[in-house]
Design a protein around this ligand. Structure first.
Ligand code: X6L
Ligand code: MG
Ligand code: MG
Length: 168
């Protein structure tokens, strides 16, 4: 079993429910165990800013699925939760991203791990550091050392504390 971290995001419909349903569907796979979830943060949209605010969270999982199969599973969960790709960086019911997969570095056209832009995004770093303060890249670089300037951290509000921790 390998430890991985997933980013979750939603800015359409009942955002909290989409995050919860995504975690439930992940747990339904016998090869995925959700270990820990961060608080849920409401965040200003980045990239394409003319859209609703997001709910973002990070989950720690243990999995025996190879990265390619894990990616297929999360894309399948996105489809089952009504994800439509109408424009890039546009609104979505659910977005699931593999942030880290063990200490592995993968550079394939459609699968780059660690997530190439995670270190620039407060909506990823803040929830990730909440559940794994020692988080580091395979290079050894500690994520807590990456300073989030004030501009980056603006518009991020904790809206839900995790009320349950799944089996550890
Ligand atoms: C310049 C150009 C600066 C593009 C930033 C940043 C593009 C992030 C895409 C960018 C740029 C993204 C979420 C989001 C998206 C999310 C919040 C993306 C992909 N996903 N904003 N924007 N939360 N708050 O999950 O991350 S679109
Ligand atoms: Mg994303
Ligand atoms: Mg994505």
């Amino acid at each position: 079993m390998l430890r991985a971290f997933l980013g979750l995001g939603s800015n359409l419909g009942n955002r909290l429910e989409y995050l919860q349903r995504a975690l439930g569907l992940l747990e339904q796979s016998p090869e995925v165990q959700v270990i820990r979830i961060s608080s849920v943060y409401e965040t200003e949209p980045v990239g394409f800013t003319e859209q609703g605010k997001f709910y973002n969270a990070v989950a720690e999982i243990k999995t025996s699925l190879p990265p390619r199969v894990l990616l297929k599973l999360i894309l399948d969960i996105e489809l089952r939760l009504g994800r439509m790709r109408t424009r890039s960086w546009g609104p979505r019911t659910i977005d699931l991203d593999i942030l880290l997969y063990g200490e592995e570095v993968i550079q394939e056209p459609d699968m780059i791990i660690p997530h190439p832009r995670m270190v620039e995004r407060a909506f990823v770093l803040i929830p990730l550091l909440e559940i794994w303060p020692e988080a580091h890249l395979p290079s050894g670089e500690k994520l807590a050392d990456i300073s989030l300037d004030r501009e980056q951290s603006r518009g991020i509000t904790k809206v839900y504390e995790p009320t349950w921790y799944p089996k550890r």
